[in-house]
Design a protein around this ligand. Structure first.
Ligand code: SAM
Ligand code: SF4
Length: 334
C-alpha cells in the first residue's frame, strides 16, 4: 500500500471530513452575517459516498485518524449512523469531531455509542453578550451544557478551541483557562487565520501565540511540556507544574507545515492538500462516473503528491494573496 506521500517526504494519515458547509452560528472570523450560498444538495456527498471515500483512505491510503467537521457537523442528519459506519472500518481508527457544541447535549451519548472517541468544542468567550457579538447568536448556554454532556458521555478528553480577537475577547485567555482547568477540559488557543468569508483579517489585529502566552502568564506558570509536538499543531504547556496543559496553535506565526500530516475532504467531495490550498481535486466526479476504488485512490495520491512545502502565511506576500481565499473555513472544513 502506498500512502498519501508528497515530494517533501510527508505522509498524510489524518483525514478531515467536512460533513456540511452549513452552520447554525455565524462566527465573525468565519462566516458573514447572512451566511453563504450553500452548496446544492445534489453536490453534497451522500453518507454512502463519504463512507466509501473514508474506506479507501483507511484501507488503501494509510489514513488512521478521521475528524468530522464542517460547517457544523452536528446538523448533518443521521450523524450517529455515519460515525458508526466509519467506526466499523477499523476500531483502532482515531475518530473525532469538531463542533460548536449546539445540540451536543442531546446527541452526545449517541455519538459515543456509535464509536466516536473524543471531540473538540469551540468556545471563544464565557461572556454571554460577547458570545452573541462574536457568533451573532445568543447561544452560550447551549455550548456550556453541550460541553458537560460530552464529558458525561465519556467523549474525553474534551478539548476546547478558542480564537482570540483584538478588542473583542483578547482579555479572556486566563478566564478561559481557569474555566477549562476547573472542569477538566483541555484548552487550546488557535491564532486567527485569514480565512474568514468577510475578508476582515489583518495582521495588525492578529493576537499572536506570544501575546496569548504573555496573557496566560499573568495568572499561571507555564512550562514547556516534555511531550514532543510531532505532527500535532498545538504547542503544549504545563500549567502550574502540570499535569494539566494548555495548547497554543500558532498557525500563522509559527506554522507547522513541515510536520503536516493532513488531507481534507470537503462536503462536496473535493480533496484539499492544505487548509490554505488554492486548488482542489474532484473525487465526487469519480465517485459518480463508475470509477473503481483504485482509480479514486490514485487520484487522491496524485492530489497529495503536489502538496506545497508550506502555506507561507508567515511570508507577507503570500498572505495578501491568500487573504482573498477561494473558500471560507466553514466551506472547507476547519
Ligand atoms: N462549526 C464547528 C466549530 O466551530 O467547531 C466546526 C467547524 S469550524 C470551521 C472548526 C474550527 O475552526 C473552530 O474551532 C473555529 O473556531 C475555527 N476557525 C474558524 N475560522 C477560523 C479562523 N479564521 N481562524 C482560526 N480558526 C478558525
Ligand atoms: Fe459555524 Fe464553526 Fe464557522 Fe463558527 S467557526 S460559523 S460555528 S463553522
Amino acid at each position: 500500500m502506498t500512502g498519501l506521500l508528497d515530494t517533501f517526504g510527508r505522509r498524510a494519515t489524518d483525514l478531515r471530513v467536512s460533513l456540511t458547509d452549513k452552520c447554525n452560528l455565524r462566527c465573525t472570523y468565519c462566516m458573514p452575517a447572512e451566511g453563504l450560498p450553500w452548496l446544492p444538495k445534489d453536490e453534497l456527498l451522500t453518507d454512502d459516498e463519504i463512507v466509501r471515500l473514508v474506506r479507501i483512505a483507511v484501507q488503501d491510503l494509510g489514513v488512521n485518524a478521521i475528524r468530522f467537521t464542517g460547517g457544523e457537523p452536528l446538523i448533518r442528519p443521521g450523524l450517529p449512523d455515519l460515525i458508526r459506519r466509519t467506526y466499523e472500518l477499523g476500531d483502532d481508527l482515531d475518530l473525532s469531531l469538531t463542533t460548536n457544541g449546539l445540540g451536543l447535549e442531546r446527541i452526545a451519548p449517541a455519538l459515543k455509542e456509535a464509536g466516536l472517541r473524543r471531540l473538540n468544542v469551540s468556545l471563544d468567550t464565557l461572556d454571554r453578550a460577547r458570545f452573541h457579538q462574536l457568533t451573532r447568536r445568543d447561544r452560550l448556554d447551549d455550548v456550556l451544557t453541550g460541553l458537560e454532556a460530552a464529558q458525561s458521555a465519556g467523549l474525553t478528553p474534551v478539548k476546547v478551541n478558542a480564537v482570540l480577537m483584538r478588542g473583542v475577547n483578547d482579555d479572556e485567555a486566563p478566564a478561559l483557562l481557569r474555566f477549562a482547568l476547573e472542569r477538566g477540559y483541555e484548552l487550546r488557543f488557535i491564532e486567527q487565520m485569514p480565512i474568514d468569508a468577510d475578508h476582515q483579517w489583518t495582521r495588525d489585529n492578529l493576537i499572536t501565540a506570544d501575546e496569548i502566552l504573555d496573557s496566560l502568564r499573568t495568572e499561571f506558570e507555564l512550562s514547556p511540556s516534555v511531550a514532543p509536538r510531532g505532527s500535532a499543531p498545538a504547542e503544549r504547556w504545563l500549567v502550574d507544574g502540570g499535569p494539566a496543559t494548555v495548547g497554543v496553535i500558532a498557525s500563522v506565526t509559527q506554522p507547522f507545515c513541515r510536520a503536516c500530516n493532513r488531507t481534507r475532504l470537503t462536503a462536496d467531495g473535493q480533496i484539499r492538500d492544505c487548509l490554505f490550498a488554492t486548488t482542489e481535486t474532484d473525487l465526487r466526479a469519480l465517485l459518480r462516473d463508475g470509477s473503481d476504488d483504485a482509480e479514486i485512490a490514485g487520484r487522491w495520491r496524485t492530489a497529495m503528491w503536489g502538496k506545497a512545502r508550506g502555506h507561507g502565511l508567515d511570508e507577507p506576500v503570500r498572505l495578501e494573496e491568500f487573504a482573498a481565499a477561494s473558500r471560507s473555513m466553514s466551506a472547507i472544513g476547519g
